[in-house]
Each structure stands twice: as C-alpha cells, then as structure tokens.
Design a protein around this ligand. Structure first.
Ligand SMILES: Cc1cc2nc3c(=O)[nH]c(=O)nc-3n(C[C@H](O)[C@H](O)[C@H](O)COP(=O)(O)O)c2cc1C
Length: 326
C-alpha cells in the first residue's frame, strides 16, 4: 500500500478522505462507523445559532406566559443545545482516534467567539467556520460584505488556539484575493466549496420548493478550476475539496488540482459508508499504477502553476472551442 498521509489545517491525517459536515456525523455511533471504514477525520454537523434561536422562540411561545419565564427559557434552551454539541465532541474524542473537527454557523460575533471557545475546551481538533453573508443590501459594497470574514478570522484567532478553517462559498468577486488575504492573516485551511440550500419554484402551485439536496458528480468541474488556481495563488494553504465526490477518480482529480484532502457527503448518503474504503483503495491502486509513493508526489501536479499551459483554467468563454457547434 502507498503512503496516503496528508494534512488538513496543519493536522496530520492518515489519508485524504474526510467526512463532511452533515447529519452523517451527528452521533458517536455514526462517527465510530465512519472511522472504522477508514475516514481520516470527521467534521461534525454545524451548530447553528439560527436553529438555537428558533428553538428558543418556539419554547417561549409554548411556555413563556409567566413573568421572567422568557429569560429562563432562553438561557436553558441555548445551554441545552450547546451542551449537547459539546458532549458530542467529548464523546467522539473518547471513542475514535481520528481528528474530530467541529463546525459552527453564527450570526453575531459574540456568539461566534463564545461557541468557538467552548468547542476548543471540549477538545475539538479544529473548527470549520460555516460563514456566509448573502449580499441583499444594494447600498453595501462588495468590500463591506467581505470585511466580516476577515474580522471573524481575527477574532477567532485572538480567542482560540485550535486550527481555524473557513468553508467558503464560491460567489465572491475576487476569490483569489480573499483566499490570499485569509492565508496572510493566518487561516489554517479552507474548504472549497460550501454547497448551499438553493430555492426552486413550483410553477403550478406558485410556491418556493427545495431543489436537489445532494450533489451531482458533474459539479466537480466547477471546483477543479478554483482548487488549481488557489493552491497556487494562496500558496502553502491547506485546501479541502468538497462537492460531488462519488468515486476515486474525482478524489484524485481534486488532489491533482492541489487539494490536500477531499470531503465526502452526498455519496455516503446515497451509497452508504462503503464508498469510503472504495475511494481510499481506488486512490491507492491508482498511485501504485502511476508509481507514486506519497500523496505529495502528485498533489498539485495539475495546478495552475504546474501545468505548461494554464490558460485552460483561465478560459471562461466557449468562443474558440465550440463556435462551430450548431
Ligand atoms: C443533508 C446535508 C446536511 C448538511 N449539513 C451541513 C452542515 O450542517 N454544515 C455544513 O457546513 N455543511 C453541511 N452540508 C454540506 C456538506 O458538508 C457538503 O459541503 C456538500 O453537501 C457538498 O459535498 P457533497 O457533494 O459531498 O455532498 C450538508 C449537506 C447535506 C447533503
């Protein structure tokens, strides 16, 4: 067997396969199974401040008639949700050898910091920050939407010691500039990309519906370009690739483009945890066939900097190649 060791956010991993943040990692039993199947690390389902607020509001609605009850319910509900999450971290750390990465999504900076500190104390190996600011305000500039990411990193870095990873969306005006500055500001890793809930329209009922929750393998192509560019332009930054990995070929492509690790989510939901050993064995067999001993022997070989003609990664228009397609 080849040596599949790699790193994410500076943490040494036995292979590049991480189970992404989702319901797949919301219990110790599931985490143990993922670890037994060979996953090198798990990212816990995000702790959402919005969900806690929702639970608080619904508890107040049902029980908040007594004077002072609302404050009590607020404190109790929040502590209960956070405590459950912290217990999951502690129990998972006691049950598996692999790194356990926590994930949070908050709305205000005090909560980000307070959750992050508690997560660190509970023993998480790193924190993946699931931050996203939807640009809804026509009077704000792109910079005003990007600055909160840098402020958040600065605050998290000042208040915690565990590695900080940002799980980024792809819709930034200048993703290269953003990643490069996060790298300069001391971020430990980034995950490309978060895959958000996307609304769809039911044209009969005239209502909003949910589109497909799970990814499709064809979505990998959008990620490859950015892995190739950012692994060069934000050099030294550990990048984890997320979205659309259903087989070893997709994982190998991400590593060739420059990712240090690859996250699985939809493929496990759809095909079961058996995809983990399948993909790990597939990477191993490909490495043996290509005579690569280590991941570092081929990682990034197809990145923007490494290939002789990187214009393929720059090209956005179909003009020359498909202009005679009619
Ligand atoms: C059911 C489900 C729940 C998810 N929950 C979270 C979450 O809590 N936090 C998060 O950062 N990403 C969450 N994700 C996104 C995944 O971690 C992943 O980034 C995305 O699904 C793309 O990877 P995939 O193509 O392997 O599914 C979720 C995805 C699914 C399908």
């Amino acid at each position: 067997m080849s040596n599949l060791e790699t790193t994410f956010a500076g943490i040494k991993l036995k292979n590049p396969i991480i189970v992404g943040s989702s319901g797949l990692t919301n219990s110790v039993e599931k985490i143990k199974d993922l670890s037994n199947k060979g996953a090198a690390a798990v990212i816990l389902k995000s702790l959402f401040e919005e969900q806690i607020t929702h639970e608080i509001n619904s508890a107040i609605q049902h029980n908040g008639d007594y004077p002072g009850a609302a404050d009590y319910i607020k404190e109790y509900t929040k502590n209960h949700s956070v405590r459950n999450y912290l217990n999951l971290i502690k129990d998972a750390k006691e049950s598996v050898e692999i790194p356990v990465i926590a994930s949070i999504n908050c709305q205000n900076i005090d909560e980000w910091i307070s959750f992050a500190k508690e997560i660190e104390t509970a023993g998480a190996d790193a924190l993946e920050v699931n931050a996203f600011y939807l640009a809804l305000d026509k009077n704000r500039t792109s910079k005003q939407y990007e600055d909160p990411y840098f402020d958040l990193l600065k605050n998290l870095k000042a208040n915690t010691k565990i590695p900080i990873i940002f799980k980024l969306g792809s819709n930034f005006t200048n993703l290269t500039g953003l990643a490069n500055r996060l790298n300069a500001d001391g971020i430990d890793g980034i995950t490309l990309f978060n895959r958000f809930y996307e609304p769809d329209i039911d044209i009969e009922k005239l209502t909003l519906t949910t589109s497909e929750i799970f990814s499709h393998p064809s979505e990998t192509r959008r990620i490859i370009r950015w892995l190739a560019i950012l692994s060069d332009k934000a050099r030294g930054l550990d990048i984890s690739a997320s979205t659309g990995v259903y087989d070893a070929q997709a994982a190998i492509k991400y590593l060739l483009a420059g990712a240090t690790t690859v996250q699985l989510c939809s493929s496990i939901y759809k095909n079961g945890t058996g995809v983990i050993p399948e993909i790990i064995n597939g990477i191993d067999q490909w490495m043996e066939r290509k005579q690569y001993m280590h991941i570092s022997d081929f990682r990034g070989l197809m990145s923007y900097r490494q290939i002789p003609d990187p214009t393929g990664y720059e090209r956005a228009q179909f003009i020359r190649y498909f202009s005679n397609l009619e």
